[in-house]
Design a protein around this ligand. Structure first.
Ligand SMILES: NC(=O)c1ccc[n+]([C@@H]2O[C@H](COP(=O)([O-])OP(=O)(O)OC[C@H]3O[C@@H](n4cnc5c(N)ncnc54)[C@H](O)[C@@H]3O)[C@@H](O)[C@H]2O)c1
Length: 388
């Protein structure tokens, strides 16, 4: 195990990077915020003055080629990926790249080729895989699916007369996303992104989790959408597993954004907004596990934690926001979606001390499902993954 922190250069220090990667890399004992690179003077000044970046530059070649920089974090928008990945591959440096991996299938396959040919360690920012709640839910669910323990109270009407049935035990998964589009940036809704929209820039997180939890090969996708904000997607896997993803853009930040429910082999594992994991039908698994929240401005409210604790904190924050006429006050007690852990775990992966976090092949698999869904919605038909 190496105790020496790894020098990172962050390229693209916009909203996400300055909320997550820049402070996280600066704070972690595993990493050093060596260089920040952006085109904006204001962004660079904040990285240096608030987060302690050792160097700042507007030229990504300067950042990537610096011999002291050991790893690159790409947090530009998906418009700007290939030149950065090419430059990092040329000098053999590991890359953590934000999602979505690319805007088009062609770009995505080009990135995969560059990464495979250069053999650089590569991790895509499907950070939810590194959320403590997700890691635990995945471990419990996959262990049960791979070595199911018979549940002693499972209601079994027919017993020995129960007929064999196709699909017995096969998993299914539901993902429900409650979002409020008033919070989105204008670029997410401009003509440039109209071809793909939220089904790419948001949904690859969820297709990635479906692939990961169901541990299967996606085969076919159907999808319906209305306008730019309501999407319903169904994915069928070769093993018969089914996943549904409902993304609603006219929801509210006053209620948890994400609910994941996994079922199979007579059991359920549920992840509620990465605040708590609930299980049923799995011998020996805890009924409910709660997880610490981040940036909690209301530590004395909702001390029971988990979902009820979060709701109490959120209600208090929303009241403060209404009273002050300042909607930014609604933010408090965020679930741990795994951003900081993802970078730390990638450092372990680079050093051969931890598992692969989210490889280019994992990201390609998730992104292909998203592209299949986009086509399915556009053409009003089921789209086979072989078509993309
Ligand atoms: N994983 C997550 O939870 C999550 C959340 C939000 C956004 N994202 C992803 O992160 C990425 C960035 O999103 P954002 O909202 O921060 O966008 P943003 O527009 O706020 O930031 C992008 C930054 O890249 C900079 N940039 C552009 N070209 C550059 C270049 N050639 N060299 C250096 N800097 C350059 C811009 O100046 C800007 O500051 C997107 O791909 C988005 O999908 C991920």
């Amino acid at each position: 195990m190496s105790d020496t922190p790894m020098n990172f250069a962050v390229i693209g220090c916009g909203m996400l990077a300055r909320m997550m990667h820049v402070p996280n890399i600066a704070a972690s004992p595993k990493t050093v915020l060596h260089t920040c690179c952006d085109l904006s003077d204001d962004a660079l000044a904040e990285c240096k003055d608030m987060h302690g970046a050792l160097h700042i530059t507007k030229d990504y070649h300067t950042a990537i080629d610096d011999p002291d920089v050991e790893a690159i974090c790409i947090a530009t928008t998906e418009k700007m990926r290939i030149p950065l990945i090419e430059a990092a591959a040329k000098v053999g440096k590991p890359v953590y790249c934000e999602k979505p991996l690319a805007r088009t299938l062609e770009e995505m396959y080009e990135i995969r080729k560059i990464v495979h040919e250069s053999n650089i360690p590569f991790c895509v920012g499907h950070n939810r895989r590194s959320s403590p709640a997700m890691i635990e839910a995945h471990r419990i669910f996959r262990r049960h699916m791979d070595t199911p323990q018979p549940c002693p109270w499972r209601y079994d009407r027919e017993g020995a007369n129960r007929p064999p049935i196709e699909g017995d035990g096969v998993a299914g998964m539901s993902v429900r996303i409650n979002d409020d589009w008033y919070s989105w940036k204008a670029w997410g809704m401009c003509a440039e992104t109209a071809d793909y929209g939220a089904m790419l820039f948001e949904m690859t997180h969820f297709t990635d989790l479906c692939n990961w939890f169901l541990a299967g090969e996606p085969e076919e996708v159907v999808a319906l959408e209305s306008g730019r904000l309501n999407h319903g997607v169904v994915i069928r896997y070769r093993g018969g597993e089914i996943a549904t993803i409902l993304m609603v853009g006219n929801g509210t930040f006053g209620y948890p954004k994400e609910l994941y429910e996994m079922f199979g082999q007579g059991a359920a594992v549920v992840v509620d907004h990465m605040l708590e994991v609930r299980t049923a039908g799995i011998e020996g698994a805890p009924d409910r596990i709660t997880y610490p929240m981040l940036k909690d401005r209301h530590p004395k409210i909702g001390t029971e934690g988990g979902l009820p604790g979060w709701l109490a904190k959120k209600r208090a924050a929303c009241k403060e926001a209404a009273d002050a006429g300042d909607s930014s006050l609604i933010f408090t007690a965020e679930p741990d979606k795994g951003h900081a852990h993802a970078i730390d775990r990638f450092v372990d992966e680079i050093r051969g001390e931890g598992p692969v976090v989210c490889s280019v092949d994992d990201a390609v698999a998730a992104t292909r499902v998203a592209f299949a869904a986009i086509r399915a919605a556009k053409e009003h038909r089921a789209v086979k993954l072989d078509e993309v």
